[in-house]
Design a protein around this ligand. Structure first.
Ligand SMILES: NC(=O)c1ccc[n+]([C@@H]2O[C@H](COP(=O)([O-])OP(=O)(O)OC[C@H]3O[C@@H](n4cnc5c(N)ncnc54)[C@H](OP(=O)(O)O)[C@@H]3O)[C@@H](O)[C@H]2O)c1
Length: 328
């Protein structure tokens, strides 16, 4: 009987999670029955949105859920063959037994590394693309600000905006990440840990902002609102600054009156909001990645037992680009 090491949540974190909130547990994996598949997970993602779920939603003493890419190693389900590469949401475990529901076969381009399907050609890339172009209604040559610009989503947003000929300001939390963003062609990079985001953005956005792609909320949203141009758009992708707070409550925003003066639209969204863009996204992003117009970085932590450390590291800003855990 095969064994799997799984990571359980054993204590609800208060503030920043600690490694003692998690435990590695060994599990005997049951035999594969008719209709089932056994998946060996190869890579799993850690995402900021996992943090609020650790406070509410994720069961205690169960393997944590989230995106993973794996290989089918046994199949008694006619929809899957052994050797298929699949994506699903049974992460934080080495082996996953499934009836196939919620498991998608991945059509992998042999010219690209498998991991790109977990970020630039996966959900992160798609929310960057749809969030900026559909929700943010970006026009060529506009003034754009993106927060967590060196992260998985932010770095793709910033580069799409550059492809569209925009003036792009990005914020990040370290000089190393800022250097990478400068090498990608961003016009201004702000290290928000070194200077006040409000002052720095005021200085940088000399022609105002048409689009603020918000990944942070709190102080970043507060700083962006007074800079918005007439009919500006703020697609809200996430609010990572709030996720460690009880109830994921953001820091107070006191600049909302700018919505009225600027006729500004603020709209939250998820990847489910623009399914009609999927094939155009696949086509555009594959072309951009292969031609080097869109570059990416990965921060890869190895071993299932290090998955909690990877999640904590992500929330502390230790990643450049996409944070992944390599499981096999
Ligand atoms: N709506 C959706 O469907 C959807 C899908 C995917 C992601 N998202 C959201 O998109 C955002 C980015 O996600 P991602 O997966 O690309 O993660 P990421 O940006 O790769 O990693 C998270 C980053 O957040 C930054 N951060 C942490 N605490 C912060 C704080 N208090 N203030 C400012 N920055 C902070 C850190 O970078 P620094 O070094 O810059 O601090 C860290 O590297 C998140 O808000 C996430 O929830 C939404």
């Amino acid at each position: 009987m095969p064994k799997s090491i799984d990571i359980h949540l054993v204590k609800r974190p208060e503030g920043m999670p600690r490694e003692s909130d998690f435990a590695a547990m060994e599990r005997n994996v049951a035999d594969v029955r008719d209709g089932e598949i056994l998946i060996q997970n190869l890579f799993m993602s850690v995402d900021p949105a996992m943090r609020p779920r650790l406070s509410r939603g994720q069961e205690l003493n169960e393997p944590i859920g989230g995106p993973a890419t794996g290989r089918v190693i046994q199949s008694r389900n006619p929809s899957f063959r052994e050797g298929d590469t699949v994506q699903h949401r049974m992460s934080f475990r080495q082996l996953a037994l499934s009836d196939g529901k919620g498991v998608t076969r991945l059509d992998v381009d042999p010219a690209l590394p498998l991991t790109v399907y977990m970020h630039v050609l996966g959900n992160g890339g798609f929310v960057a693309y749809g969030g900026l172009l559909e929700i943010g209604k970006l026009k060529d040559g506009e003034q754009v600000f993106v927060s967590t610009a060196a992260g998985s989503v932010g770095s793709i947003v910033a580069q799409i905006a550059k492809i569209k000929g925009c003036f792009v300001i990005g914020s990040t939390g370290s000089d190393d990440k800022a250097s990478w963003l400068t090498s990608l062609g961003l016009d201004v990079v702000i290290n928000y840990k070194k200077e006040s985001i409000r002052e720095a953005l005021k200085r940088a956005a000399t022609r105002g902002l048409d689009v603020y792609f918000d990944n942070v909320g709190g102080d970043h949203l507060n700083a962006a609102l007074p800079r918005m141009n007439l009919l500006g758009r703020i697609p809200v992708c996430g609010m990572v600054s709030a996720y460690n707070n009880p109830g994921a409550l953001s820091a107070p925003i006191n600049t909302l009156s700018n919505i009225i003066y600027g006729r500004v639209t603020i709209r939250g969204f998820t990847a489910d909001d623009f399914p009609h863009l999927r094939s155009k996204f696949n086509e555009d992003m594959t072309t951009w990645v292969k031609s080097g117009k869109i570059k990416y970085q990965e921060t890869i932590v190895t071993g299932i037992e290090n998955a909690p450390r990877a999640l904590i590291g992500l929330l502390n800003g230790e990643n450049t680009g996409k944070m992944l855990v390599k499981l096999a």
